[in-house]
Design a protein around this ligand. Structure first.
Ligand code: FES
Length: 87
């Protein structure tokens, strides 16, 4: 599991291995937009404030992955103990 802090709503949530960031955020009642939930459409793209992202989508280019200014929260996960997102 890893922690995700939501910079806008001020919440910190724990994401378990079997869950997605998107599902964990939705469970807290935070407004999100999502469509495919498979990492292919780009709808759930979310700005990354800090932390290391484990990108698992097929939307971002290699250069965008390296920059990690955003992530697809339906499939991508954290490679660090904590991520901070603009949500
Ligand atoms: Fe489609 Fe996340 S909902 S990429």
């Amino acid at each position: 599991p890893f922690e995700v802090s939501l910079a806008v709503s001020g919440l910190t949530i724990t994401v378990d291995p079997g869950s997605s960031i998107l599902a964990a955020v939705e469970a807290q009642g935070v407004a999100t937009v999502a469509s495919c939930r498979e990492g292919t459409c780009g709808t759930c793209e979310t700005e990354v404030v800090s932390g290391e992202v484990d990108h698992r989508d097929s939307v971002l280019s290699p250069a965008e992955r390296a920059e990690s200014e955003s992530m697809m929260i339906c499939v991508s996960r954290s490679a660090s103990a904590r991520l901070v997102l603009e949500l």
